[in-house]
Design a protein around this ligand. Structure first.
Ligand SMILES: [Zn+2]
Ligand SMILES: [Zn+2]
Length: 337
């Protein structure tokens, strides 16, 4: 099953000419989830080539504006399209109060918005689906905040064709039954159990998105062995004191955490316009070489572990603004949110 993570917005606090504020799209098979929805996410989705996806679930990491201000516009557009299907909005403490406050702005919608506020502390299952779940884990930021981990269920072991044939199973529907965990009886009358023809269960994939946070144990635990960790890196290590003050993470700290958790690929987001992405990459890469500092709209394909490492598909067919390389992103001194 396909699994993609698309970086829709990677800027901290304020958009730049090259980067939108926080939004990450996860696509697994036919399902889509958006984690955070910063201002302008609608247009970012359109520009990313993903289109204005009809999302059924949006997960918010915390109630700072650069992570939720895109919601009213997106909801209005869904309303104008005549959407009737319910939309589930998940977030930490403060979500219900925020939505009440935004009610006069959003107005009447032709579809229900179901709110799920996650109680702190402690990891919790935020939602469950066919073959996967989303865990929410408590992160450490200046207001209540959570990160999310998409965790796939383990898969059945590989089917051993030779073993099945040797046991006398007839190729065809009986192979499928065994793969689905059912016993079959061979023409010779022998009962064959699935464990006689299936290898050990194979792990699924895990994708973790932190939102804004200091480095913390909950992220380290959620990210243990994850295929991809999308971690914020608002500062360089020379500004570590400022990172503590504002409860953010430096590029080096994110890399140390990724190394300790043994992740496959570290993706750094929530980049400050004061830091050149090349500096962020150099600092993190010195600690953890499997680090990507993406541009907006970069897409990461995550194969099953036995099929190889995550692949990065830079956005194609579109000229990038020169500023996307970072060196010419205008310096600014906004407080980090
Ligand atoms: Zn933020
Ligand atoms: Zn924040």
């Amino acid at each position: 099953m396909d699994l993609f993570v698309t970086l829709i917005g990677t800027a901290a606090s304020v958009p730049t000419s090259a980067r939108g504020t926080a939004a990450t799209l996860i696509a697994r098979g036919g399902e889509r989830w958006l984690v955070d929805c910063g201002e302008g996410t609608q247009r970012q989705l359109l520009r990313s080539g993903q289109g204005l996806v009809d999302l059924d679930r949006i997960l918010i990491t915390h109630m700072h504006g650069d992570h939720y201000l895109g919601l009213p516009g997106l909801f209005k557009t869904y309303g104008l399209r005549g959407r009737e299907r319910p939309l589930e909005l998940i977030g930490p403490r403060g979500l219900i109060r925020l939505m009440e406050a935004m009610q006069p702005i959003i107005g009447r919608l032709p579809f229900p918005v179901d709110l799920e506020e996650i109680d702190e502390p402690g990891p919790a299952v935020a939602l469950r689906g066919d073959g996967f779940r989303f865990d929410a884990f408590p992160t450490r930021h200046s207001i209540p905040s959570v990160g999310y981990a998409l965790v796939e269920d383990p898969r059945p072991g590989a089917f051993d064709l030779d073993a099945a044939r040797a046991l006398g199973v007839t190729p065809g529907p009986d192979f499928g039954l065994l793969q689905r965990g059912e016993e079959v009886v061979t023409p010779a009358g022998r009962t064959v159990r699935p464990d006689e023809v299936l290898g050990a269960a194979r792990p699924g994939r895990t994708v973790v998105i932190t939102g804004d946070t200091e480095p913390c144990d909950a992220t380290r635990e959620a990210a243990r062995g994850a295929a991809v960790l999308v971690h914020e890196a608002t500062f360089l290590d020379e500004d570590r004191a400022r990172a503590r003050e504002t409860r953010h993470t430096t590029a080096r700290e994110a890399a140390e955490l990724a190394r300790d958790a043994g992740v496959g690929l570290l993706v750094l987001t929530h980049l400050s316009s004061r830091c050149a992405p090349s500096d962020v990459r150099a600092e993190a890469g010195a600690v953890f070489p499997e680090t990507l500092v993406p541009r907006d709209f970069d897409q990461i394909e995550i194969p099953f572990p036995e099929r190889g490492e995550p692949l990065v598909h830079p956005v194609r067919g579109r000229a990038r603004p020169a500023a996307a390389d970072g060196a010419s992103e205008a310096p600014a001194t906004f407080p980090a949110e």
